[in-house]
Write a protein that binds this ligand. Structure first.
Ligand code: SAM
Length: 232
């Protein structure tokens, strides 16, 4: 059986795993002294480690081998995503982390149903990213940032804006060797002014097909085309 993966902010020769991570390892995965674990620090380092003690709901682990590992896209992928209601952001962060997004930046946009996000929800999105990184074998943790107004999206080196009726297809315009920013609108779509602004900041409108996708579907489809679609 493959060793369980655990996230630790810093890999040291011996360390304690505490809090939620320890609770998951002990209660759900039933980790015990002698078990092997794969540790990752969310910044590109991995380690093979062994549990040497369990005490008061925490685990002491000893690192046996430490190395750099990358299962990342060729270049960073930032997803600018309009605030969505309900559990949709959770779904996008979970699947987007699996698909290799490096950063999620939430946007406040005119036609969005949700206009704000509670700090607790942002924290939950970050925990979802950790869980998805663990599950998918990522070695880098994506950041979850924002929300910022659409007007504050910076100029980008390469940008793709998911836009119904756009002429270009992703494969025609995307260069996977350069950092890319993706933008996906809210349930009601971006306004014409928001589209113009994003185009002025370097985003090229791209189509995701002839059907109207839900925003969360569009976000994952666009991510899949730029990461999985290029074999990364
Ligand atoms: N009537 C809205 C419009 O015209 O923009 C539909 C919004 S759609 C539910 C939510 C977001 O998903 C859009 O803002 C866009 O970013 C993306 N999207 C949905 N379907 C798409 C498609 N076929 N091609 C490109 N982007 C799409």
């Amino acid at each position: 059986m493959r060793p369980h993966r655990a996230y630790v902010p810093q890999i040291e020769d011996e360390l304690w795993i505490e809090g939620r991570e320890a609770a998951h390892l002990l209660r759900v995965l039933r980790a015990r002294p002698g078990d092997r674990l794969t540790l990752f620090d969310g910044q590109g380092q991995e380690a093979q480690a062994r549990v040497v003690a369990v005490e008061s709901g925490r685990l002491r682990v000893r690192v046996e081998a430490r190395y750099s590992a990358s299962r990342e896209p060729l270049a960073p992928v930032t997803l600018y995503l309009a605030l969505l209601k309900g559990e949709k952001l959770v779904d996008v962060v979970r699947m987007g982390t699996e698909l290799g997004a490096s950063r999620f930046v939430l946007l406040v946009s005119r036609r969005a149903v949700a206009k704000a996000i509670r700090p607790q929800k942002l924290e939950r999105l970050r925990r979802v990213a950790v869980a998805a990184a663990k599950q998918s074998g990522r070695t880098r943790l994506p950041e979850v940032q924002g929300p910022i107004p659409v007007a504050q999206v910076p100029a980008v080196e390469q940008g793709l804006l998911a836009h119904p009726n756009a002429g270009a297809r992703v494969a025609e315009v995307h260069d996977p060797t350069r950092p890319v920013a993706l933008a996906v609108g809210p349930e009601g779509g971006f306004t014409a002014e928001e589209v113009d602004l994003l185009v002025a900041r370097g985003f090229t409108p791209v189509t995701l097909g002839t059907r109207t996708l839900r925003a969360e579907t569009a976000a994952c489809a666009l991510l899949a085309l730029v990461t999985a679609g290029s074999g990364r």
